[in-house]
Design a protein around this ligand. Structure first.
Ligand code: ATP
Length: 325
């Protein structure tokens, strides 16, 4: 069976790094690629950032590779995540030899709940200048993310699992999160630690080597994983997966980077590593490992794009990765 991969480059450097990742995928697997459009440039032309056709294709494809959307990010990526039924946002943050990292010993994976919390979209202005936000935390979603996180840690050889929360202040919502995660942890006989999310931000910065998989509510996962990007050498290196029960969407953690878009110097590593996660999801484990090793080898020996102190172009780096496959 030939799997269908939907390719949505989107805006800015998405147009540069997604084709780079597709080139790598083409070199290791025989997928059928279907391209679809989304983002600011589509909104300018049609008034809507996410065409219905793109949404539908994401529901039908075996996996989606997404680049970035600029101003319209929320109108594009939130529905696309919903299209694939995503409940877990998986963000590995690893330091690589050869890359100047603040904490070279970092090897973290954030498993972030991404259907509810403060991103549930329930906001109102109840009076002039007075606004509210409803934070939704359910037992179902919390148990589901806990189960995924513990399973991910076991399958990928991570001994340290930490559950981030702020149940001392958000007693009802994070109280629920913690209770649900604890019950899953107990059922599985899993070993894990609990940490207040604000203290954890500091501890990850000081001693990242003491942590592995971090299971988080939505906003905490978003922020802590960006912090981890700073530990490992920047946004150009962080891949991510939005995982649903069957379907999934893969994207770099970075955005459209309008400051460098069109210059041909965007680092394609985050998107190529996202493509490696896509390969793994479609059960091409050997090919995924090959791609990761090729990226690691290029990061170690060069060529490197300007964000990593080099002067190579996106194309140079991509060609070097393909060369090493
Ligand atoms: P958006 O509004 O789409 O999120 P942004 O510029 O606010 O765009 P990012 O795209 O995440 O946010 O970029 C933040 C910074 O990191 C920018 O200076 C950008 O140039 C840099 N950056 C992000 N991704 C890459 C990459 N792949 N290669 C090189 N630099 C990058």
């Amino acid at each position: 069976m030939t799997e269908t991969v939907l390719v949505v480059p989107g805006d800015g450097i998405g147009q540069e790094v997604v084709p780079a990742a597709v080139e790598v995928l083409e070199a290791v697997a025989d997928f059928e690629f279907v391209e679809a459009d989304a983002g600011d440039h589509v909104k300018v032309e049609t008034g809507e950032a996410l065409p219905e056709e793109t949404y539908r294709r994401a529901t039908e494809a075996d996996a989606t590779l997404f680049g970035a959307a600029g101003e319209s990010a929320a109108d594009v990526i939130l529905p696309l995540r919903e299209a694939v039924g995503s409940f877990a946002n998986v963000r590995p943050a690893r330091a690589y030899p050869g890359v100047d990292a603040l904490r070279p010993e970092t090897d973290l994976v954030f498993v972030r709940e991404n259907t509810e919390g403060v991103y549930s979209g329930i906001e109102s202005e109840i009076a002039d200048g007075v606004t509210t936000l409803t934070r939704v935390i359910t037992d179902d979603a919390s148990r589901r993310i806990a189960d995924y996180g513990f399973e991910y840690a076991a399958e990928n050889g991570y001994d340290d699992v930490t559950v981030a929360h702020k149940a001392n202040v958000m007693r009802t919502t994070d109280g629920q999160f913690l209770e649900s995660v604890r019950s899953v942890g107990d059922e599985r006989g899993a070993e894990y630690d609990e940490a207040l999310m604000d203290a954890l931000a500091m501890l990850l910065l000081l001693r990242p080597e003491e942590y592995g998989v971090v299971i988080c509510p939505n906003l905490a996962g978003d922020m802590l994983s960006d912090l981890a990007a700073g530990l490992v050498g920047g946004l150009g290196l962080l891949p991510s997966a939005n995982v649903g029960p069957e379907n999934a969407l893969f994207e770099p953690v970075h955005g459209s980077a309008p400051d460098i878009a069109g210059e041909g110097v965007a680092n394609p590593a985050a998107t190529i590593l996202s493509a490696a996660m896509l390969l793994e999801h479609l059960e091409y484990a050997d090919e995924a490992a090959t791609v990761r090793e090729a990226v690691e080898s290029v990061l170690a020996d060069g060529p490197r794009t300007p964000d990593l102190g080099g002067s190579a172009s996106t194309e140079d780096v991509t060609a070097a990765v393909v060369d090493r496959l």
